[in-house]
Ligand binder design. Sequence first.
Ligand code: ADP
Ligand code: MG
Length: 721
Amino acid sequence: MTPTPDSQNDPLARPLQLVPGVGPQRLKLLQRCGLKTVLDAANYFPYRHEDRSEITYIRSLADGEAATVHGIVDSIASRVTRSRKRIVQVGIRDATGVIYGVWFNQPWMQDKFREGRKVLFTGKVQLDPFPSMANPQVEFLPDDFSPDEYEGAVVPVYRLTEDISPMVMRKIIHAALDAALPHIREYLPSKVLAQYHLIDLPEAYRVIHAWQCPAGQLTQEHLARARRRLVMDEFFVITMGLLMKRARTVQLPYSIAHKPPGDLVRAFISRLPFSLTAAQKRVLREIKDDLLAPHPMNRLLHGDVGSGKTVVALTAMLIAVEGGYQAAIMAPTEVLARQHHKTIRALLDGLTVPVRILTGTTRGAERKEVLAALRSGEPGIAIGTHALIQAGVGMPRLGLAVIDEQHKFGVMQRNRLRDQAEQTDVLVMTATPIPRSLALTVYGDLSVSKIDELPAGRRPVHTYVVREDLLPRVWQFVRKQVRQGRQAFVVYPLIDESDTMPLKPATVMFEHLRDTVFPDLRIGLIHGRMAAPDKEDAMRAFARGETNVLVCTTVIEVGIDVPNATVMVVEEAQRFGLAQLHQLRGRIGRGGHESYCILIDQTTEEQQARTAGRTPRQGELLELYANSRLAALARTNDGFEIAEDDLRLRGPGEFFGIEQTGLPALHIADLIRDEEELKLARHLAETLLQYRNQLTAETRAGIRERLRRAFGSNIRGVDAG
Ligand code: ADP
Ligand code: MG
């Protein structure tokens, strides 16, 4: 067995400051793009390529066409329009005319230009009322630049932070490639490459970055093949990693023997204040069959918010308990763990089942007592957070582990609830609707049960997307609902250091709402930075109806059950993902009353127009507003539809926090667009795994190295192959 790679010796992990041309200043900018190592830079793929084979004379520009022009900065102006938009306008001149670059609400653009500098503008041309480009790509050129020596036909375009020019970025990436490429090796056998029409991995890197490629090699077709190879690389690594992990788990002994449900389970179900939906019953049967089978369960329980997963999971836990085992449920947050504790205790009222809770704040004598009980192996239910899987917690008779809201944990932690030495039955619950392609990847090793039916009497939440200037009316509406005895959530974006500051931090808005907007109402506050007992107090007060309005961040995203809350106002809703908003919205509409979700979209008209790829014309601003990204939420209550939209719009990283799953990030692969490649990669991984004895030692070593690089220490066991 090869020793674990030491990142200090891994040439691909070399820090970027060792790359020529990267000083402390640039290093900071690169870090802002998330780039630290030479490999990061090599994996910083261009988001598009521009064909700049021609620089067009300004007089020859055609309306509506994408073009590159070369000129000398001639005028720099900024003004404020009647509708209070700030516009920066920079004119550049060539031998034939003048064209203006136009930027909306980006005042800093003005400071970037000096009269007399040579620049390139690339963008879409608008000739009327005068030649202009909205938001063109800008490249500043050396003073002795002449259009004849322009760098070439196909140019990779990278996402940039403000202060780094495209040309500098290309230079840095190329310098990093110099360092990285000799160490990026093809690991697939050449027969496989030929069979699937895949190009060599190092070549794919060269082509995609347009680096050391003869100009003729950079046709669209070449670029497409390069991209495909890189996509396959990312998908292959993920699926191979998961398959190997599963192969290894399956080899572990499994000795749990659950018993068929008996009096306890029957009593529990008959005492429920409702009858289970058909979907709940079907899913329960699937789970029961799995539990009774002589192999471990690895099942994903999937259902929209409010579909009743908790009751199902609890029933499964009771089966385990009745058969003499311990059962545990792990939640991603303290608040949610406590909520589960409360719900579960209420549901079990009158039945004698020990229920214990262990979280990070369980201390002292209580902690000792809980730990002792868990270690005794006495059948019962343990509820907790991460604390449950920390060292020192043992549950020798653990027969079923339920993991709630799985994506917050990561696939690699799934098995940690029990000693690695033996397998246990695992049920993973999630309310996040997972698009099929993603399910295939992230949950590739699970079977899936789906609750596709809401309990009777649930009503869809009325959802509206409105502009900020309607806020006074929104508050009026909240007040009206409160007068009718209802309660409201007002949600603000998460305060997160890595994030840009929200315009309206929850803490500040809490004071504003309490003192100015609703001085006559009782306002509560809950956010992630509060101490756990304070959170608990705020939650309890709201649940008991002691506060009318709860100002909060996304800590309420999951699991909070207050049926009397009928209104949710989300400010700066444009900062959230659609799936996340859908989750949030699931907190209301749980009682018998009509419920309303009001999304305040502070996206400016200019930003919306820019997303739509053009400059807004007067009079069409309102219409654009209706095209808000958030409109999907107003249109449907179907979480799956929304999830697909979200994935398409935001990509898997943001959508899912894929980095939290413990899986390697996707830099170029797109889970929707590249579904074919995903299937192919999975097939390839399965095949190679199946015939691994026929692979050469070199191939095996290559795959192993690639997986190590991707998973790091997370992939214990992969090298078993
Ligand atoms: P989820 O965890 O899927 O979001 P919960 O399990 O929290 O949903 O259930 C939401 C609410 O619906 C809870 O108050 C629960 O008691 C209730 N509930 C669950 N199943 C049913 C059912 N079959 N009929 C009516 N209410 C139900
Ligand atoms: Mg729940």
